[in-house]
Design a protein. Structure first.
Length: 392
């Protein structure tokens, strides 16, 4: 930990000395103002003495007057600046939070023209070591870091376009692959075990997640008027989804705006009386939006725990689940059932609202029924007359 001491000079003015260790040796640096000393000490504590010194030297050499990274990022993300266009205000607000919480702590005080590949690498190492706020005991996910890095690269590309620097040091930076949540696919019997332990009030929502394949943010944003029970089969129209800002906006992608087919029994199971603008699925207490966090903690996780409890399952005449799915795994399960029945992948893509077929293939291609056997059989027939020649 760096410490700050105020010292009186011979002329009566004050200086502020920051003491810190570098290479195991105690050393210090003096500043004329308490602000400079405080900022340097905080930087030492965050990223280490060597990196803090590099930032300090970069600031001293900033004779061209380039803005600090945090200043440029603020300008870049400001709608009135015109640098970043074509995004919703909620997305812009989310970017500003990422800059504040995940970029500025390491890069914020460095002049934007002085940021190097080493600085970007230092930020990546720091970010990959941070604990996840959503998953207790785990690190920030690799996907989240990729998203943050993409924003950093975009900001630095903007700095190039504004003639603040000649290149983008974040481009082609290597990121850890990290550990991603492996999709959990439930069989119909396994899902029935899980559904048994879901409270009656929320059974329709959980059944709908599996029966429709919708994302959580889409399903819980549905209004009663989005259901069309007069078609054959009945359908649900997806036109919006909850955003991180707490508001409902367009779905994740253009393909996300879609019509999802439902089977009649599912439509009847989830339908209830009420005004068309009312949410289809409502919280048991607030009769408004079903929030993911409380639902997962109080409803889903409790049901998963019970579905894995041998005694509770035995008492109910059920086989313990043996798996720990997340609510998003309902979507994976839906896709796996479609594919197991031989549904072509383009149809699965349309049902799930994937923007690209490659997403569907990459996520679910390994589930194609008898795919390995089919490929082996094709090669067996094709090479039937070749192998004997090769053996001769």
């Amino acid at each position: 930990m760096a410490s700050i001491q105020a010292r009186a000079r011979a002329d009566g003015s004050a200086s502020y000395r920051v003491q810190y260790r570098i290479g195991g040796r105690l050393t210090s640096k003096s500043f004329a103002s308490p602000k400079g000393a405080t900022e340097f000490a905080a930087q030492v504590d965050r990223v280490g003495a060597e990196a803090a010194l590099a930032v300090w030297k970069a600031r001293q050499g900033n004779t061209a007057g380039a803005p600090l990274f945090r200043e440029w990022a603020e300008t870049y993300l400001d709608e009135s600046s015109g640098y970043l266009t074509g995004i919703q205000q909620g997305t812009r607000d989310g970017y500003q939070q990422i800059v504040k919480n995940s970029l500025n702590p390491i890069l914020g005080e460095i002049p934007v023209d002085a940021i190097t590949k080493a600085d970007v690498g230092r930020w990546i190492s720091w970010q990959e070591g941070r604990p996840s706020l959503r998953r207790e005991g785990q690190k920030v996910s690799a996907k989240t870091i990729r998203n943050y890095h993409a924003l950093l690269s975009s900001i630095l590309t903007g700095a190039m376009e504004a003639k603040h620097r000649p290149d983008n040091p974040a481009r082609r930076a290597r990121l850890s692959r990290g550990q991603k949540h492996e999709a959990v696919f439930l069989t119909p019997n396994e899902f029935a075990v899980l559904l048994h332990f879901v409270p009656a009030y929320y059974k329709p929502l959980v059944a709908f997640l599996v029966g429709s394949g919708m994302r959580w943010s889409e399903a819980t944003a549905l209004e009663k008027r989005d259901l069309n029970l007069d078609t054959s089969p009945p359908t649900a129209r997806v036109t919006k989804a909850w955003k991180k800002t707490g508001e409902a906006g367009p779905p994740k992608s253009d393909k996300g705006r879609r019509t999802v087919a439902l089977f009649p029994e599912m439509a009847e199971y989830i339908h209830s009386a009420g005004e068309g603008s009312e949410l289809l699925f409502q919280g048991v207490q607030n009769h408004g939006r079903v929030w993911y966090g409380p639902f997962k903690t109080r409803v889903w996780d409790v049901a998963v725990e019970a579905a894995n409890n041998e005694k509770r399952c035995k008492d109910a005449g059920l086989t313990p689940l043996g798996k720990r799915p997340t609510p998003h795994d309902c979507r994976h399960t839906h896709a796996s059932w479609l594919i197991a029945a031989g549904t072509p992948l383009p149809y699965v893509q349309a049902q799930l609202g994937h923007e690209k077929i490659t997403t569907t293939v990459d996520t679910y291609g390994h589930l194609l029924p008898e795919a390995h056997q089919q490929m082996a059989s094709i090669m067996q027939k094709t090479m039937a007359g070749i192998l004997p020649v090769l053996e001769a």
